[in-house]
Each structure stands twice: as C-alpha cells, then as structure tokens.
Design a protein around this ligand. Structure first.
Ligand SMILES: [Fe+2]
Ligand SMILES: [Fe+2]
Length: 201
C-alpha cells in the first residue's frame, strides 16, 4: 500500500480516501500486480456493463460465462454420479459429448487468445506483458489438464461396464480444471476487459 505523504510527514486525507476506495481485483488470490491495474482502476467491474462500454466488453464476458456454465454442468453431472443420483449409463450419456465439446471449445479459445488477442494487447500496452505471460502459462497448464480430461473421457466412451476408479479420476480432473479456470478467467477479465472497454472505435 502506498500513500502520499505530505510535507509534515502525514498521509493526506485525500490520499487516504483514494487508497481506501481504490478498486481491487475481484478475488483474493489475484496474481495481478498493482501496477498492472491502471486500466482496471479507470474501468472497474461495476462499469463493465455500462451503456458506454457493454457493446465492447460483453462479447468476451459472455464467452467466459458460457465456459463457466459448461464447466459447472460437467461437475454437476459427475457429482450426481459420485453421490449415486445417476447410474453408470445415465452418467456416460450425459457427460461424454459434453466433455468433447467443452475441451474442443476451450482449446480453440486459448488458441485465439494466444495467437491473436494477447500479442495485440501487449503491443498496445507493453507494460502488461508479464501479466499476459501469466495467462499464457495458465493456458499451457489448462491445455495439459484438458488433454488428460479428454483421454479419460475417451476411455469412458469405451467402458460400458462400470469403472468407479475411472470416474473418480475424471472427477478429480474436473475439480482441477474448475480451480485453475476460475482463477484464470477472473485474472484475465481484470486485465483484458478494461482494455476492450477503453479502446477507441
Ligand atoms: Fe484465457
Ligand atoms: Fe478467455
């Protein structure tokens, strides 16, 4: 925390107020450094859907909403099986195609960001490069987890006789993806949405 110090060596009331009300990232585990938040502070989350910004920000946020929703549904299906609410065949019929679709869409999403958007944003704001490097490394970790999830799903598609060990392994991978995704998406939004909202044209 930095405060402006006045000549008599006391923090000015204005600086104290500014510090108190400065927006902070939306989750306590945010990995974004304070100096990367200069755009976030200009366009905090409560303004992302404002009339002046929503037409520029809502597309990206909607994609993330859909990712979170698909991930939540997969976890719900897996939990329903683990708790005995779904039998083996119901579990397989609900989850197999959904995992295929989710993995495919997430790989595509990461590719578009790594190859298109992120390099463009770094050219616009070179001082954010390190932040985007965190996000790019997240994609590598996520893609490895998604490959694992896909391999488990492929095995599930071939396994007509109940295999509880496989289902537990798949459930754990889903939990791992959920944890990393939730941190990644929030950090990405805090970095990217203000760029999109404040972009001219
Ligand atoms: Fe991403
Ligand atoms: Fe994204």
């Amino acid at each position: 925390m930095t405060l402006s110090i006045t000549s008599d060596n006391k923090a000015s009331p204005q600086a104290l107020d500014d510090d108190l009300f400065a927006p902070s990232p939306r989750h306590p585990e945010s990995r974004l450094e304070a100096e990367w938040l200069f755009l976030f502070n200009k366009l905090p989350p409560d303004q992302w859907f404002g009339a002046d910004y929503a037409y520029k920000t809502s597309g990206w946020l909607k994609v993330h909403t859909n990712i979170r929703k698909r991930q939540r549904i997969l976890t719900q299906i897996s939990t329903a099986y683990q708790s005995g609410e779904f039998g083996w065949s119901e579990y397989r019929s609900q989850i197999l195609k959904r995992i295929n679709m989710h993995v495919l869409k997430l790989h595509q999403h990461h590719g578009v960001e790594d190859e298109g958007f992120f390099p463009k944003f770094i050219r616009m704001y070179p001082q954010l490069q390190e932040g985007f490097e965190i996000l790019r490394r997240d994609h590598e970790r996520l893609d490895a987890l998604l490959d694992e999830l896909q391999a488990q799903n492929d095995q599930l598609s071939r396994t007509e006789v109940e295999d509880k060990v496989l289902a537990v392994q798949l459930h754990q991978t889903l939990v791992d993806v959920t944890n990393l995704l939730s941190q990644h998406l929030s950090d990405e939004e805090d970095l990217v949405i203000p760029i999109l909202g404040l972009r001219q044209g």
